[in-house]
Ligand binder design. Sequence first.
Ligand code: DGL
Length: 274
Amino acid sequence: MDSRPIGVFDSGLGGLTCVKKLMEVMPGEDIIYLGDTGRVPYGGRSRETIIKYAREDIGFLRSFDIKAVAAACGTVSTNGLEEIAGDYPIPVFGVADAAARAAAELTRTGRVGLIGTRASIRSTAYDEKILRCRPGTKIFKRACPLFVPLVEEGRVGEDDPVLRMVAEQYLEELKLADIDVLILGCTHYPLIAGTVASIMGPGVKLIDPGAQTALALRRYLAEHDALSGRERGRQSYFVTDSAEDFGHAASLFLNSHVEGDVRRVSLEERYNGK
Ligand code: DGL
């Protein structure tokens, strides 16, 4: 048994898709969440900057003596996470591994779609991971850079006209590609899954990488006898910009009150270590 918390991070709200599933499948675990809201979005930045931010995010979480990290950010997971993960003495899970595996298992036609930030789509990490699990899979990709700001602005309703207009344009080519599985390759996107599903139609199954990662993390902790053994865990949230705004949006998304527990921090160079 290991009672230490699990650390989870993202650039903003998206990583809560992983937290939500973690709370569902491992209610006894303590979770420390970091949303780097002062620097969101990561998806338009260079690989070097994304790696630097990821190191600072992980360094901050490690100041709490955590037992594992979930990089609940598609952008970080496809831009250098594998290079830096080995630098830490605890397991570091990226969301792309579990999502790629799930897509490879779920597709019947071998035609898989991937949407994500510019940085995730520019990277070949997803292609490599999917092809490793299922050689010959055809992968169709599309960057959707406006989705993250829309989600961060709370424009997530299925009836939101701006979201729908943007989503219809982004998904146009993927609709013609005859895919049967679509990876929501940015952890913000499950918040707009309703809109995406209604555009893609019932023949396309959606994959939520944060949720898949929570399941993979549970398997790992169970296999390593590292579950907490508690009935109920606690969650603490940290952000690098306004705590109030994040707390409100997070409560809506998680269906629980988190306002009081959100604290603002600044990520300094001191968190850059291993
Ligand atoms: N939620 C993140 C991702 O999965 C980050 C999006 C962003 O900051 O651009 O890619």
